[in-house]
Design a protein around this ligand. Structure first.
Ligand SMILES: Cc1ncc(COP(=O)(O)O)c(C=O)c1O
Length: 445
């Protein structure tokens, strides 16, 4: 017999949903938890337990839950209808706002998820250049579309030589023809990356990069690296495209704001939907023209039933206006404090761990020096199991929600009080698992 409501709900869910879920990210052994309600940075589960939310629906909720201004704007729009077979004003307003934040977003198009935005970005690159191949960093997550997911999670048995990493299928049954059209390079490694790109130069449509790739280790791409990729793409009739689905939050104009050169196109998602499903493809006007229906032959015909629906657009516009320069600065400053406190907790505990991150995001690694590559950040099965123990300790004992990689993506609803609870709780978690973490260091990959 189930001992709590979550177990009972999960048992019921398993009768109707495969694995009892609609997304694997929320699974945890022996069953997931179920939310009843949330407000600001607190989520209350079905057992009435309240937790601090440092996951924010996988980095999507920049103002936490149920922000009153967003709720009010959405209710007003709900009463006017949720989706029409027409254009809407909120869609123009959100596009105008995003354009005002980043010059490189000359023109854009909205879709319903980050996955869709990245998929459209790859297709637009092919349509513009007439070339087939996508180049992406080893271990980088770009959503779940066919080409984007190649080598999303390779392991030491299949990743191959670092000078020529394998294109590793993520899903069983992926056709070889698809793998042959994805070129994998090691993140932040200029020499190797350029050598690999050169070997496929005549076929590469775009070099796709997340400027602070979460799964690679949450380290920022070096200026020199981005500039090298930019110049390589100029020379080789290819596009430089950024996946800023997560990193748009790091500064007012996104992760790209800090680089001298700008990408030709950018995929956005998460925070720009104000809590609703969203994606956007933004970029150079001449490149994005491949989608323009005002031409006899459209190189990339594109549509989507719920794309730019006025609920998402209204929520997104309200959220983005609230996330102004001042709010970005304040959130990043609070995150810096959180990182400092976590580093102190690590030092005090005597446990070998390190922190990486940028803007309002950080990730904790169970190794003394921060990783700089996917292969260094790679989590062996025993390491993964221990991370899960730490996550469970934080969730059940300290009542704090993390992202599964031991990462936090903050919202503007979080204050110093919650940051203190985070660092104090994490200190206790480290002490609790200290012996196991020390033992792990002996067999670091
Ligand atoms: C960098 C990056 N790109 C793309 C995606 C896909 O976005 P979505 O889950 O909205 O499809 C994600 C999702 O986590 C992401 O982290």
């Amino acid at each position: 017999m189930p001992t709590n409501k979550h177990e009972a709900l999960y048992n019921e869910a398993c009768n109707y949903l495969t694995g009892g879920l609609s997304r694997n990210t929320v699974y945890r052994y022996p069953h997931p938890i179920y939310a009843a309600k949330a407000s600001g940075c607190y989520v209350t589960d079905m057992e009435g337990v309240e937790r601090i939310d440092f996951a924010n629906n996988m980095a999507a909720l920049i103002h936490g839950h149920a922000h009153p201004t967003i709720v009010e704007a959405v209710i007003e729009q709900l009463q006017k209808g949720t989706a029409y077979t027409t254009g809407t004003v909120p869609e123009i307003e959100l596009a105008k706002h995003l354009n005002s934040r980043q010059n490189a977003f000359e023109i854009m198009r909205f879709v319903n998820s980050g996955t869709e935005a990245v998929m459209a970005m790859m297709k637009a690159s092919r349509a513009y250049t007439g070339k087939p191949k996508i180049a992406k960093a080893e271990g980088a997550y770009h959503g779940t579309s066919n080409f984007a997911e190649v080598s999303q999670a390779p392991n030491p048995d299949n990743w191959g030589d670092i000078d020529s990493p394998n294109s590793v299928a993520h899903v069983h049954g992926t056709p070889q023809g698809l793998l042959d059209n994805v070129v994998i390079f090691p993140f932040n490694d200029i020499k190797r990356t350029l050598a690999i790109l050169d070997r496929h130069a005549k076929d590469i449509a775009c070099v796709m990069l997340d400027p602070v790739p979460h799964r690679v280790g949450l380290c920022r791409a070096d200026d020199a690296y981005i500039e090298a990729l930019y110049h390589w793409t100029r020379k080789n009739n290819a596009l430089l495209v950024f996946d800023e689905v997560v990193t748009f939050r790091v500064s007012y104009g996104g992760g790209q704001e800090s680089y001298k050169v700008k990408p030709d196109m950018t995929a956005l998602g998460k925070i720009i939907g104000g809590g609703f499903p969203v994606g956007a493809l933004c970029g150079r006007e001449d490149v994005m023209k491949v989608l323009d229906p005002r031409q006899p032959k459209i190189p990339f015909p594109h549509s989507g039933t719920f794309s730019a629906n006025p609920i998402t657009m209204t929520a997104g516009l309200t959220a983005m206006k609230l996330f102004d320069r001042e709010a970005v600065k304040k959130l990043n400053a609070l995150t810096d404090i959180a990182v400092k406190q976590i580093r102190e907790a690590i030092k005090l505990s005597g446990v070998p761990a390190s922190v990486t991150g940028a803007g309002s995001m950080f990730r904790i690694h169970l190794r003394p020096n921060p990783p700089t590559t996917y292969r260094e950040a790679y989590r062996t099965p025993d390491r993964l199991a221990l991370i899960q123990e730490l996550l469970d300790y934080m969730l059940y004992e300290e009542k704090i929600m993390f992202i599964n990689t031991l990462s936090c993506m903050l919202s503007t609803a979080i204050t110093q009080k919650e940051v203190d609870r985070l660092s104090e709780g994490f200190y206790r978690a480290l002490l609790n698992k200290k012996d196991k973490i020390m033992a792990l260091q002996k067999n670091t990959y």
